[in-house]
Design a protein around this ligand. Structure first.
Ligand SMILES: N[C@@H](CCC(=O)N[C@@H](CS)C(=O)NCC(=O)O)C(=O)O
Length: 421
């Protein structure tokens, strides 16, 4: 595997004393430039939607999906994607995972284990993602092929074996280099088995056509690709062309794009969920980590940046601007101005807006807390992260507080729920 290229943002950083430095736009001026939020009920798949009708009426809704607040739960993504692919009308209720916040009492009363996802179908409460998919299939028909068909069952077994090999490599603190090598080889064998399963079909998917088998594989192929790159310097998509073709085909589906996260999000949402992720700590891993941290990871997506990425980021920040400022440890009037500077730079990068002194850490705090797809799409987040870093660099080198690895209580969403514009 080739060592990843090292990028820096320095070449893109305008000079603080440049003569054309300008004042930030006001919130009113920024709002006038922001597009309206997309239609959430009938429109494209979105993490922000709480009701999905696909052209049906609210009276026809038979399903409520309980999924995690941050869109970080892999089993929730599986059920969510299935519903989106089948275009089943449903409501969403968001619940906290324990490592990311306090579990809502109403949910624990309904689901004593507290586990997510859960789903209500015609008033019947279901837990366990496989049982949920089975019940959905019984009511609404299979997603191309039945979950219990021989072909899909074989792919489901492979998915569990892939999952275990990934966890073992990523989450076990290997005592010796030999143990690390063994875990790498075990994972490699599983990745080859996944490639062979994909190559055995005529198209890019696990079965002759896109099906529930692909939905079931999605959460952990996505998480393996992100986490193994950052923690092991291992590029799943580069090393396994059939897996890359599968991702590329998935990335043609607006349903998947609406649920897809990015490397930087997963690198920080996985450790609390999995009890720790262990870096291999070699040169290739350290370079990959740096790329992910800066938002330059190759093979994160096959999709080119859409024209509206910057405006999507602008609209999402404007919606939550009060909470973004309130929860920032370096928040306050100076940070409000710094944030407007960053957004002004997002819209007009050639004329740098210099943030107030002392705002670098606050801007970097926001950069590292942005989450995909919870807050915005992958490309919008890339744009915003980049401009936050560029704007922070105009102030200086002060870094943000580190992201906790045992929990994500820094990600309390309650201010965002109560302070939306
Ligand atoms: N076997 C279950 C696993 C569900 C599961 O492990 N859910 C995790 C989130 S990924 C959870 O809810 N953990 C409790 C919590 O974090 O509050 C399924 O397939 O639904």
């Amino acid at each position: 595997m080739a060592a990843p290229e090292t990028h820096t943002l320095e070449s893109q950083v305008p000079q603080a004393g440049a003569p054309d430095a300008r004042a930030p736009l006001s919130w009113e001026q920024l709002a006038a430039l922001a597009p309206a939020e997309p239609e959430r009920v009938h429109g494209p798949t979105s993490s922000q939607a709480l009701l999905r009708l696909f052209g049906a009426t609210e009276a026809e809704v038979r399903v409520t999906l309980y999924r995690d607040n941050h869109a970080w739960c892999p089993y929730c993504q599986k059920v969510w994607l299935w519903l989106e692919e089948k275009r089943i009308p449903y409501r969403v209720r968001k619940v906290s995972m324990r490592c990311y916040g306090e579990k809502e009492r109403w949910y624990s009363e309904r689901v004593p284990s507290g586990l997510l996802p859960a789903l209500e179908l015609d008033g019947r409460l279901l837990t366990e993602s496989d049982a949920i998919l089975q019940a959905l299939e019984t009511s609404f028909g299979p997603l191309a092929e039945a979950l219990e068909s021989a072909g899909v069952k074989e792919v489901r077994r492979l998915e569990r074996r892939f999952f275990r090999a990934w966890c073992h490599w990523l989450c076990t603190p290997h005592a010796s280099g030999a143990d690390e090598t063994l875990a790498t080889e075990q994972f490699e064998r599983m990745a080859r088995a996944v490639s062979e399963a994909l190559q055995a079909t005529p198209g890019p998917f696990f079965r002759p056509q896109f099906s529930a088998a692909d939905v079931i594989f999605t959460p952990f192929l996505e998480r393996a690709s992100a986490s193994l790159y950052a923690y092991k310097g291992y590029d799943l998509r580069e090393d396994h062309p059939a897996i890359n073709l599968w991702f590329t085909a998935m990335e043609q589906r607006p349903t998947y794009l609406g649920t897809q996260s990015d490397f930087l999000t997963h690198v920080h949402d996985l450790p609390p969920q999995m009890g720790g992720c262990h870096p291999s700590n070699d040169a290739s891993q350290r370079a990959a980590w740096q790329q992910v941290a800066l938002g330059f990871a190759p093979n994160e997506t096959s999709q080119a940046e859409p024209a509206e990425a910057a405006l999507e980021a602008l609209a999402r920040v404007i919606k939550h601007r009060r909470a973004i400022v309130a929860v920032n440890p370096w928040g306050g009037a100076g940070f409000d101005q710094a944030l407007r500077c960053a957004l002004s730079n997002l819209l007009a990068p050639a004329e740098p807006c210099v943030p107030p002194e002392g705002s670098a850490a606050g801007l970097r705090h926001l950069r590292t807390r942005l989450s995909v797809p919870r807050d915005m799409g992958l490309h919008a987040a890339r744009r915003l992260r980049r401009v936050l870093e560029i704007t922070a660099a105009l102030d200086g080198h002060q870094q943000a507080d580190p992201i906790p690895t045992r929990h994500r209580l820094d990600q309390d969403l309650r201010p965002f729920q109560s302070m939306d514009s």
